[in-house]
Design a binder for this molecule. Structure first.
Ligand code: DO4
Ligand code: MG
Length: 283
């Protein structure tokens, strides 16, 4: 099932059927066995026709987030480790990426508060003080307040490679700024954990021309999703649950940087496509 958060309320899509759910987003999603709860809830929920659904999704869609913090895991795929070792060669920081890939403790960092998160079809920003910017397509977990993964969405962990490459201690500036994250288009709530052969793919277009595309199966990740969630919940409480981006397995070639106007489309099997135009913070 898929949950869509709109300015007009919460919509649930189950195969071809659409339901309007009563209730508030955070209270609705933060529970044990969300799939079973939603399966019961639709029995007493009003239906919506496909045209009204398409109209609401086209004009009123929000990111599938309420009050949750967004966290991110890093260097969970070999491709990310290698790209970061390369970009930090001259700063002397390369060893840190190699070590964290192999270490028991994963890299976890705070990514965004909800107001910095772009929705599907919204703008993501690149920093004006960075000359090397990339999107990071990442399967993103929704974890309830007791640490259990209840759903999935598509995440874009926008990153400045020049700032992080200059010095790994600049990571928060490379990663955290206005509209440096996107989530959407929906929260996917499957009966069972997401399939290990799920494919995540990215396409970047400039003036309609494709500049980069790539794809990877999520089973290429070094760590399990439960392991990442468990580390995050070790010493943090999340009253409304939280979102955790699980790291990128795709990095454009070193001569590529995003420009304002670029179109970034990230697709994950079973969830959909998260589309964002690249912009910059207004002065
Ligand atoms: O080590 C810095 C961040 C890594 C990251 O965001 C990723 O691997 O996706
Ligand atoms: Mg990332």
């Amino acid at each position: 099932m898929k949950l869509f958060k709109t300015t007009k309320g919460i919509l649930l899509q189950k195969d071809k059927d659409i339901y309007i759910l009563q209730g508030e987003w955070d209270a609705l999603i933060n529970r044990k066995n969300l799939f079973s709860f939603l399966s019961e809830k639709i029995k007493s929920s009003e239906r919506m026709d496909e045209n009204s659904f398409d109209m609401l999704i086209g004009t009123q869609l929000q990111a599938p987030i309420g009050k949750q913090e967004v966290w991110a895991a890093g260097v969970t795929y070999l491709r990310s480790r290698d790209a970061r070792m390369e970009e930090s060669k001259t700063s002397g920081g390369a060893d840190f990426y190699d070590k964290v890939y192999a270490a028991e403790r994963p890299e976890l960092f705070f990514k965004a508060l909800p107001h910095r998160v772009a929705a599907h079809n919204g703008e993501v920003y690149i920093r004006k003080d960075s000359n090397w910017n990339v999107p990071e397509p990442e399967l993103t977990l929704y974890i309830n307040s007791v640490g259990e993964i209840q759903g999935y969405t598509i995440g874009n962990d926008m990153s400045s490679r020049s700032i992080e490459g200059e010095n790994p201690l600049y990571l928060p500036q490379a990663k955290v700024y206005e509209k440096s994250a996107a989530l959407g288009p929906c929260l996917f709530v499957p009966k069972d954990p997401i399939a290990k052969d799920t494919v995540i793919s990215i396409s970047i277009k400039r003036n309609g021309k494709e500049m980069f595309n790539d794809s990877i199966q999520i089973n290429r990740i070094k760590r399990s999703f439960n392991e990442l969630a468990a580390f995050l919940f070790r010493e943090c409480d999340f009253a409304d649950g939280c979102f955790l981006m699980t790291g990128t397995g795709m990095v454009p070639p070193n001569d590529f940087t995003l420009q304002p106007g670029d179109q970034v489309d990230i697709t994950i099997d079973g969830i959909g496509t998260l589309s964002n135009r690249v912009g910059e913070k207004k002065p």
